[in-house]
Design a protein around this ligand. Structure first.
Ligand SMILES: Cc1ncc(COP(=O)(O)O)c(C=O)c1O
Length: 386
């Protein structure tokens, strides 16, 4: 597949959020891929278009989704859950809301390592919960979870940690050792849980994806994991994701939500997901190669931007730009994302949406045709006088 083919005009015509929100700018602020749809998924959509109707999912179709998810995880990550542990949900964020509601005491705080995915920085306050932001620590240019900060959050009464792995926007693929160390901390608090959002698991650019629940029995017992083909194969609008329950008690605690969630999961989304997991391997391999190329291009560009730094992207197609030095020395004005949009015509995610203290940071989505990425980089180069 030629991922370079998609043009700016074509993308603007698509009318998606990323391209409609700022019609004069290059949209790089929402985690959507602009690289087309894998052929096996196109076939599913075409077949439905020619079918007698798009009905409810049969029991066989429900089992097929469970099996495809479990098999994909077994083949592509360090975890092999059983298919019966997989439950269909329409999307990750709405499921996180229910999981927080059902597994924690009403009103208890929720811990969020930052910089964090904006869906979660918005969700926790929207639920009326206190959000304990725990800024990740920069160690040798790499963001690491602040385990002492997380421990302090649980000591303050939090019962839930929202973990995103691979991390959006920090670009980390957490190692087994880091996750084991986290499990040791969480295990010290009998009411503590982890919601592990592994939606970016298909985008491990280097290393191996180790789902948190897989590291040991302790982690498995306090964790609910969410996965999806929605990011990996660019189908979030089809509304299908999956929860993987590694503790059977959570199944009882989450009923009747699980039955209801299965019934409101999109038939089309579930079929597309099965096609992605079962037949989308070659497309994913091609995408990963392409995204590694985009990442390398981006990281080379960042090196020449004055006062700007970004951590190396191990996973996801998301960059995290630190403009602190550029802002301190007056090269950009604050907030930095606004300066970039005003001066470069590139719309990034404002850092503050990812947590407190990140005013002069910005998130950038790199899953776009290379010529468009090159154009965005050229516009930023120009604003920096390069
Ligand atoms: C880490 C993370 N979780 C969840 C989502 C959204 O998932 P969903 O549409 O299934 O709620 C995104 C979308 O960008 C994401 O990056």
């Amino acid at each position: 597949m030629n991922f370079d083919e998609m043009t700016l005009d074509h993308l603007r015509d698509s009318g998606t959020l990323k391209w409609a929100a700022f019609p004069d700018d290059i949209g790089m602020f929402v985690a959507e891929m602009d690289l087309g749809i894998a052929e096996p998924i196109k076939k599913v959509l075409r077949d439905y278009a020619d079918s007698p109707g798009i009905g409810y999912r049969s029991d066989a179709a429900k089992r097929a989704l469970q099996e495809a998810t479990a098999t994909w995880l077994a083949d592509n990550t360090a975890w092999a859950p059983r298919s019966e542990q997989v439950f269909a949900i329409p999307d990750v964020v709405s499921a996180a809301r229910v999981v927080i509601d059902q597994l924690t005491t009403s009103g208890s705080p929720v811990i969020l390592p930052t910089p964090a995915y904006m869906g979660f920085t918005a969700l926790v306050p929207a639920m009326g919960r206190e959000m304990i932001e725990v800024p990740s620590r920069l160690v040798d240019g790499r963001y690491e979870l602040d385990l002492e900060g997380i421990r302090a959050g649980f000591e303050r009464g939090a019962q839930m940690l929202l973990l995103v792995n691979p991390a959006n926007p920090a670009g980390r693929v957490y190692t087994r050792e880091e996750l084991e160390a986290l499990a040791e901390v969480v295990d010290q608090f009998p009411d503590a849980h982890v919601f592990s959002d592994d939606i970016h698991a298909p985008f491990v650019l280097e290393g191996e994806h180790v789902p948190y629940a897989s590291v040991n029995d302790v982690a498995a017992s306090h964790t609910v994991t969410a996965v999806a083909a929605s990011k990996g194969w660019s189908i979030p609008g089809l509304k299908c994701a999956q929860l993987v329950l590694s503790n059977p008690e959570h199944e009882a605690q989450l009923e009747p939500y699980l039955g209801w969630a299965a019934s409101i999961t999109s038939t089309l989304g579930a079929s597309a997901t099965i096609a992605a997991y079962n037949d989308g391997g070659q497309w994913r391999a091609e995408i990963l190669d392409y995204l590694r190329g985009n990442r390398d291009l981006f990281e080379q560009a960042v090196e020449r931007w004055p006062g700007v730094w970004a951590p190396h992207i191990e996973g996801t197609y998301i960059g995290w730009l630190d403009f602190t030095e550029a802002a301190d020395s007056g090269i950009v004005t604050s907030p930095a994302a606004q300066w970039i949009q005003d001066n470069c015509g590139v719309a990034l995610t404002p850092g503050l949406a990812c947590g407190e203290g990140y005013e002069n940071y910005a998130r950038i989505i790199l899953a776009t045709p290379r010529p468009i990425l090159e154009q965005a980089i050229a516009q930023i180069d120009e604003a920096f006088g390069l």
